[in-house]
Each structure stands twice: as structure tokens, then as C-alpha cells.
Ligand binder design. Structure first.
Ligand SMILES: [Fe+2]
Ligand SMILES: [Fe+2]
Length: 154
């Protein structure tokens, strides 16, 4: 996957995993990464706090699903979540000490990490949840053309 730039949106339709709640949380997660990417000065600490708060709740939710449904790649997946929160802790400490650079570097690293994590680990988890809940795979419909354009060709 190509590297993100600060101006490109992190969230895109291709990141949908087909589980409504997970997709909604991921969209919000991507927005919070974007906010941290664009934050500076006094806006850095609240942007970092909002991101960490969201990530903590979201990761805890995914971890609980994995535990409950005995997800095969659980440990590898949980380790990624833990690594993000541990890095965020370090960044917060350095920010409190007056170092602003690590916050931007953290945001850029997250922008690169997020799509791959979603497309591989979270997508597999969404499939596992759907399989165990409905004995089915999630279906994600991507609309590439405006509806009017699709209709005029049918
Ligand atoms: Fe995850
Ligand atoms: Fe996730």
C-alpha cells in the first residue's frame, strides 16, 4: 500500500470490512489520525488524547470479540493494538516534556499502519465475527460510479 500524505484522506471505501460498527469506528479512527496529522502547538495534546481515547475503546472491543470467538490470529492482532497504545504513551510523555515532533511522526506512522491493519487483521476479524454470528461472510458493495451514471447504462 502506498504511503499516505498529510493532505490525502486516510479513510476510503476500500477500507470497509463489511461490519457496520467496525467500519463506523474505523472511519472515525481515520479522521482522528488525520486531525493529529494536521494539529500543531496547543492542538496537539487534545488531538492525541482524542485519538488515544478512541483507539483504546475500539481496540478493547476488537480484543473482546477475538477472545470471545477464539479468533486464530488473536495474539498477533492484540500485539499490534498494544504496540500502538504503548507508542502513544511515549509520545504523550514527550509532548508533556515539550517535544512536539514525535506527535507528528506518530500520526504519520499511524496513517501508514492503519490501512494495512484494517485490510488484513480487522477484515479477517470481521469475517470471523460474521461467520460465527450468521454463518456467512460479510459482503461489501463498492459504488464506483454515481447512481445516475450506472442507471443510464442499464
Ligand atoms: Fe484491530
Ligand atoms: Fe480496528
Amino acid at each position: 500500500m502506498k504511503k499516505q500524505t498529510a493532505t490525502e484522506p486516510i479513510w476510503c471505501e476500500a477500507l470497509r470490512v463489511g461490519h457496520t460498527r467496525i467500519d463506523a469506528e474505523h472511519e472515525e479512527f481515520a479522521g482522528l489520525i488525520q486531525q493529529l496529522l494536521h494539529a500543531d502547538g496547543n492542538a496537539l495534546a487534545p488531538a492525541l488524547d482524542a485519538l488515544v481515547m478512541h483507539a483504546s475503546v475500539h481496540f478493547a472491543e476488537e480484543d473482546a470479540w477475538m477472545q470471545r470467538l477464539d479468533f486464530p490470529a488473536m495474539h498477533c492482532h492484540q500485539r499490534e493494538h498494544e504496540a500502538v497504545l504503548a507508542s502513544a504513551d511515549g509520545v504523550r510523555r514527550r509532548l508533556q516534556a515539550g517535544e512536539t515532533l514525535p506527535a507528528g511522526q506518530f500520526a504519520a506512522a499511524l496513517a501508514d499502519w492503519f490501512p494495512a491493519h484494517v485490510q488484513y487483521l480487522d477484515s479477517a476479524l470481521a469475517q470471523w465475527i460474521c461467520k460465527h454470528t450468521w454463518n456467512a461472510k460479510p459482503v461489501v458493495l463498492h459504488r464506483h460510479k454515481p447512481v445516475a451514471q450506472v442507471m443510464s447504462h442499464s
